[in-house]
Design a protein around this ligand. Structure first.
Ligand code: AMP
Length: 277
């Protein structure tokens, strides 16, 4: 039986039912199979999984899609029940921010200034602030996050390390449509034509990752993106697996962000670099 908590008090009561480890999956709702995979991965290890559903105003910039972000609570609750979540915490704004807009917030540091941080000022500060709060409110022992938001995952790991939060963070690989498109709640904004254009992102990453020389990786991926008129590239970057400098060889990451119509999409893949023999 899935318990639904909308307030802090209801959450406290629901958490009384946890006999052991509490596993948490945080979402902004509009749940899809990517979220489903996170919940299922959590369930494989922990009988008591808490799913949070909260569209966090703090991580949206002016002019971003906070107001129009899809809100599908009834369907989301159905999905959480079907996945066997013990608790769904779907708080209102005042339950998360009882003091109003917080005056003390997280500083994401240098890792938060690059890539998404450069394009979306304030986004990671707002994200980390709510993640830290929700980890505490849910009394999480372990929390699951998708590699789809790779920089977010890296920042959360760093926050847990730097601030001694004592929570285990587990990353889950990106779930894709059969044609390669990474699942995202924002995909529902795309028209049929835009969805076709959006496929260039995953195709560029996939074909780029087929090379092992950094210049060839970027040239291949960049060409595919440049040839798709429906895509306005924000960034295409090759980094180390920890988002630091590109290594001469070994694991690295290829990341992309672009606008397709009015919709901003991100995606990334792991990649292995090799020195030419
Ligand atoms: P969101 O609701 O978009 O904030 O995402 C909530 C969680 O689901 C985050 O940890 C995301 O990284 C993860 N997630 C979103 N899309 C995917 C996907 N396609 N595959 C795996 N995880 C995902």
């Amino acid at each position: 039986m899935t318990q639904v908590a909308h307030t802090r008090d209801e959450l406290v009561a629901a958490l009384d039912g946890a006999g052991g480890e509490v596993a948490v999956v945080m979402t902004m709702g509009a749940l899809h199979e990517g979220h489903g995979r996170l919940i299922r991965t959590a369930r494989q290890r922990s009988p008591f999984v808490v799913v949070t559903i909260f569209v966090n105003p703090l991580q949206f910039g002016p002019g971003e899609d906070f107001e129009k972000y899809p809100r599908t609570l009834e369907a989301d609750l159905g999905a959480c029940r079907a996945e066997g979540a013990a608790v769904v915490f779907a708080p209102g704004r005042d339950d998360v921010y009882p003091g109003g807009a917080p005056s003390i917030t997280m500083n994401p540091g240098p890792l938060g200034a690059i890539l998404e941080g450069a394009s979306r000022p304030g986004h990671f500060s707002g994200m980390l602030t709510v993640v830290e709060k929700l980890l505490r409110l849910t009394r999480a022992d372990v929390a699951y996050f998708g590699e789809k938001d790779f920089q977010q995952l890296a920042l959360i790991r760093r926050m847990v390390l730097d601030l001694e939060l004592g929570v285990e963070i587990v990353g889950v690989p990106t779930v894709r449509e059969s044609d390669g498109l990474a699942l995202s709640s924002r995909n529902r904004y795309l028209s049929e034509q835009e969805r076709k254009s959006a496929l260039a992102l995953s195709r560029a990453l996939r074909e780029g990752a087929g090379h092992s020389d950094p210049a060839a990786v970027l040239a291949t991926a960049g060409k595919i993106l440049a040839e798709e008129p429906g895509v306005r590239l924000d960034y295409l970057e090759l980094t180390g697996a920890d988002l630091g400098d590109v290594p001469d060889e070994g694991p690295a990451r290829l990341l992309v962000a672009a606008r397709v119509g009015a919709t901003r999409l991100i995606d990334n893949v792991p990649i292995v670099l090799r020195k030419e023999a």
